[in-house]
Write a protein that binds this ligand. Structure first.
Ligand code: G1P
Length: 275
């Protein structure tokens, strides 16, 4: 049973400066809810209630968000505003939160390896909070946990992207197992379109088996001089099995201004107004 979900959240969020100068990018709201809260809700919906967050300097707001704020609770007690804290209270009561700090930014692979201290020796999920994934009743992590229970190997979420966008993603190639499932044979981090093995891009949802930690440790820095999870997963795929899963649902790239605005409009119309 997978219980843990890791959120790498140590990055600087430079694309959103100056907003992210002193505020973690994971706290950027989509309508009135921070990005990371959507991710934690998706994890809890999938039965993952041990939340592990890799933070860094200037990221204390994350830990405060998933904690009680007595002064605020006292102020709004008995008023209609209490309703606005219902969702976050539910998360806080249903999950445990553990934190570890990444001291140097050495890439996503390195961030995940930093999480080893709080994950230990068990399979776990990874959520990149700036990929916001929405499905009305079957979250992407729930879909992936079911697949894991069937196949028992690492899984990456994938989506078709236009060929001229491959340089923004890890891109896979693989053998088709069924219409929405590939056994990965190749993966390249942020290839130019002419070098991309397909147009199937990795989206920020992973399920990883714990042997990945030793593999990451032995993975040399790759694209941009950073330790890439994509490279470690390719090693894992070569000696075992890594699946690529075309998930059901919508995905917004909230790491870009355009995607962030698109997500805001979508969530306002489809989630906030319909509540
Ligand atoms: C990371 C991964 C990349 C993946 C992407 C999904 O890149 O390195 O393989 O496709 O997330 O959002 P980043 O967007 O952090 O540069």
């Amino acid at each position: 049973m997978i219980k843990k979900c890791l959120f790498p959240a140590a990055g600087y969020g430079t694309r959103f400066l100056p907003a992210t100068k002193s505020m973690p990018k994971e706290m950027m709201p989509i309508v009135n809810k921070p990005l990371i809260e959507y991710g934690v809700e998706e994890a809890l919906d999938a039965g993952l209630n041990e939340i592990c967050i890799v933070t860094g300097r200037g990221k204390r707001a994350l830990a405060d968000h998933f904690d009680t704020n007595y002064e605020l609770e006292h102020q709004i007690k008995g008023t209609s505003k209490e309703e606005t804290l219902k969702d976050i209270r539910h998360l806080i009561e249903s999950c445990t939160f553990s934190y570890t700090r990444q001291r140097e930014m050495k890439g996503l692979g390195h961030a995940i390896l930093t999480g080893r201290a709080i994950i230990g020796d068990e399979p776990f999920a990874v959520v990149l909070a700036d990929d916001l994934c929405i499905h009305p009743d079957d979250g992407v992590l729930s879909q992936m946990v079911r697949l894991y229970n069937q196949f028992r190997c690492s899984i990456v979420a994938i989506q078709e992207v236009p060929k001229d966008q491959t340089h923004k993603y890890g891109v896979i190639a693989g053998d088709i197992i069924r219409e929405d499932l590939f056994r990965i044979t190749d993966m390249i981090e942020k290839p130019k379109p002419e070098n991309a093995p397909s147009n199937l891009a990795i989206i920020g949802r992973y399920i990883l088996t714990p042997d990945i930690f030793d593999i990451i440790r032995d993975t040399p820095p790759g694209k941009n001089g950073e330790v890439q999870i994509t490279d470690a997963l390719l090693s894992q795929a070569k000696s075992g099995c890594v699946l690529g899963y075309k998930f059901k649902g919508k995905r917004f790239d909230c790491g870009s201004i355009e995607g962030y605005i698109e997500a805001t409009n979508y969530c306002y119309d489809n989630l906030y107004l319909k509540k």
